[in-house]
Design a protein around this ligand. Structure first.
Ligand code: GDP
Ligand code: MG
Length: 697
């Protein structure tokens, strides 16, 4: 059965074409780096043919995990044929990979995608001349509009029987001589491997081939050629490829004169000065719509309907789940502990969390839209330079943005970052940002202690960003984490209107993990909190606690309260809340709600802590180890239990230190005197300054 690999640059439309050819439903985003794992499917038109959707790459040099995957599939599992998809609206860059693929000695078909865009711009492409040059069939398609896809599918059936194309790029004579020499020194093998490809790789000193260069004594030859031509070997190869592509396009492509809408929009949105205000405005709109107005309204309606008084429809009342169940339990005379377990433990815990789903879905819909239309790629581009000062790059922006929704997809998305150190910095840092589950904590603290002051929520985001930059800077100084700068090639895709289907997939991909969390971790932890607060351990056995203050949770909190006393919230309720928050951040709110509910039904949380201590509590819970779901994602992506433990300890330490500094200095400057706590805070502060200012990077 023939296998065809679908290879092309990121964002050239591979997944769209893959979905069109195989009828599957993979995630499409107008953002390079969406497909990070290979996916398989069969042609709908010809089920005997297997199609592999590979992660997009700019070249066959392994700089990032997805490039390694793609290169591995192409070179080791040797597909029977390659379908090379190139973005017709960006041919110069896309043909670079094509020139490398042509050296693999595998039958190939080149599909030029986005003809719809090319026609709009008035571009004209001479296909016959391209076919003559490359020695393989060239077709045009529009994966999005489905144009040319059927004809392409028919051709793919017998693509594997076509002869393999010959290497296309010819370099300068001196360079060709050097390549011939290297090729001659390659070991002879039974079947003809892509000798041309390997000789170029060796000449470029490809990192994966460094040993071979040393072993075969090719270094001298490479040095000589470099000296003759006056440039490094990899730059010579790249320049040779680009020269030939340029020459080819000069007579095959006539660019239309029509000005692209994308270019006009970018004049404003990526303007030197206007760009950042525009970004702030866009983000404000996103949060305004999804969190405060429409989203809050939907959430409140859902909460009231499902967990409060119920729905009112045309004068009829549909009872909410708790009301319905408590009726039922009363009628069936269910044991009080069981009814408390279901109503307080299960519905109470999971209900508060599910109430956030509308807000979250709306937020994700907005973000998917921004991603799909191509705006987010511009923001990453814009933030690239400032982030580089901290050892991050524009790529780290994606995980950071996702982390404002949920840390789990954010951590997974860090895979598209090339440099290992930056990838780890992103994994470590992204959960410092307030995720949707921390929003309720912020709202609770702001509402209870600061009269709903406007600055509380933004200050939480700022604290998160500061913690990220600080940690990235710290990692930059540490020798434990490998260095390695990979070139940042993030293209700016044309603005496009995302399709409803891809929007929905974006929302689903991001929110399903949250719902799964609600169904598993939060469900279990609600039960645990319920159990720990309604039972106590006495005389060697469990018994129902007469009040919350005598439950297990309270006992535990009292034992550990001394640890948090220097941060200002050394009472057992706040400590218990911080602990249950480790399972899921929303738990902090529900735990505080339960623990501070007074007999009269009111809430005396406001009297329990000073505003300063409350903010320290907020800061600690924002920054400390993320919830268990995020920690397990960290474990998966870091690939090491030790590194994960190190990262989590660091996060918790940072949270502790920040809350300590805030509370102790806050107290001191408020005129409450110099205490041992102040002295400790000063010592910590001096130690930190020493690390950051005095130790050279
Ligand atoms: P991949 O990264 O190569 O897998 O690319 P995707 O399939 O995720 O597509 C990237 C973007 O290009 C998406 O916004 C698609 O809607 C868009 N796209 C794909 N094919 C076409 C096309 O033929 N014409 C136009 N105008 N847009 C396309
Ligand atoms: Mg893709």
């Amino acid at each position: 059965m023939p296998t065809i690999a679908l290879a092309g640059n990121p964002n050239s439309g591979k997944t769209t074409l893959f979905n069109a050819l195989t009828g599957s439903n993979q995630f499409v985003g107008n953002w390079p780096g969406v497909t990070v794992e290979r996916k398989e499917g069969r042609l709908t038109a010809n089920p005997a043919v297997k199609l592999l959707d590979l992660p997009g790459v700019y070249s066959l040099s392994p700089f990032s995990p997805e490039e390694t995957i793609t290169r591995g599939v192409l070179l080791s599992t040797l597909p029977d044929a390659i379908l090379n998809l190139v973005d017709g609206s960006n041919l110069e860059r896309n043909l670079y990979l094509t020139s490398q693929l042509l050296e693999l000695g595998i039958p190939m078909l080149i599909a030029v995608n986005c003809v719809d865009l090319m026609e709009k711009r008035g571009d004209r492409l001479n296909l016959a001349a391209l076919e003559r040059a490359f020695g393989c069939p060239v077709r045009t398609v529009s994966a999005l509009k489905g144009r040319g896809v059927e004809a392409l599918a028919r051709q793919l059936g017998h693509l594997a029987r076509l002869p393999a194309p010959r290497p296309w790029v010819r370099f300068a004579p001196v360079l060709e001589d050097a390549l011939k020499g290297i090729e001659a020194a390659l070991p002879k093998q039974a079947e003809p491997p892509p000798r041309r490809f390997w000789s170029i790789k060796l000449f470029e000193r490809d990192p994966a081939q460094a040993q071979a260069v040393q072993d075969r004594g090719m270094e001298a030859r490479i040095r000589r050629t470099e000296a003759l031509l006056g440039d490094s070997s990899d730059a010579l190869i790249a320049a040779g490829r680009y020269d030939q592509i340029e020459a080819l396009l000069a007579h095959c492509l006539r660019k239309g004169q029509k000005k692209d809408a994308s270019q006009r929009i970018d004049r404003i949105l990526t303007h030197r000065i206007l760009a950042l205000p525009c970004f702030a405005l866009v983000m404000f709109l996103v949060y305004f719509i999804s969190v405060s107005t429409v989203g809050a309204w939907l959430s409140a309606a859902l909460d009231e309907g499902c967990f409060g008084q119920g729905f009112f429809l045309f004068g009829l009342r549909l009872p909410s789940l708790p009301l319905f169940l408590s009726d039922l339990f009363a009628r069936w005379q269910v044991k009080p502990w069981l009814s408390s377990l279901v109503l307080d433990g299960l519905l109470g815990g999971v209900g508060t969390v599910l109430g956030f789903v509308p807000q979250m879905m709306l937020l994700f819909a907005c973000l998917s839209f921004l991603e799909g239309c191509g705006y987010l790629a511009r923001i990453a581009f814009l933030l690239d330079r400032p982030l580089r000062r901290f050892g991050l790059s524009g790529r780290a922006f994606v995980p950071m943005l996702l982390a404002t929704g949920c840390g789990v997809p954010a951590i997974l998305s860090s895979r598209t970052i090339d440099s290992p150190r930056e990838r780890r910095a992103a994994i470590l840092g992204c959960t410092f940002l307030p995720c949707s589950a921390k929003l309720p904590i912020i709202a609770l603290i702001a509402g209870t202690f600061f009269g709903g002051a406007w600055w509380v929520a933004p200050s939480a985001y700022l604290a998160g960003v500061a913690a990220i930059l600080l940690s990235a800077r710290l990692l930059q100084k540490s020798k434990r984490f490998p260095r390695g700068e990979a070139p940042f090639v993030l293209e700016l895709p044309s603005y496009r209107l995302p399709s409803p289907g891809s929007l929905w997939r974006g929302v689903w991909e991001r929110s399903s993990s949250f719902m799964k969390k609600a169904g598993s971790v939060i469900l279990l932890s609600s039960l645990a909190v319920w159990f720990l607060s309604s039972y106590r351990w006495q005389n060697g056995r469990f018994s129902a606690a007469p009040s919350l203050a005598e439950g297990l949770l309270a006992q535990l909190g009292r034992h550990l309260a001394w640890i948090f006393a220097p941060l200002g919230f050394g009472n057992w309720q706040a400590v218990a809340a911080s602990f249950t928050a480790m399972l899921a951040k929303e738990n902090a709110v529900s735990t505080l709600g339960v623990l501070y509910r007074s007999a009269e039904g009111g809430n005396h949380l406001a009297q329990a802590l000073s505003p300063l201590a409350a903010y320290a509590f907020l800061l600690f819970n924002l920054l400390c180890a993320p919830c268990v779901a995020a920690v397990s994602a960290m474990r998966r992506e870091l690939g090491s239990l030790r590194l994960t433990a190190l990262a989590v300890s660091y996060q918790t330490l940072l949270a502790y230190v920040s809350a300590l500094l805030l509370f102790q200095f806050g107290r001191f400057f408020d005129g409450q005197g110099f205490t041992p706590g102040t002295a400790a805070a000063m010592a910590v502060f001096l130690a930190l300054s020493w690390i950051f200012l005095l130790r050279a990077p």
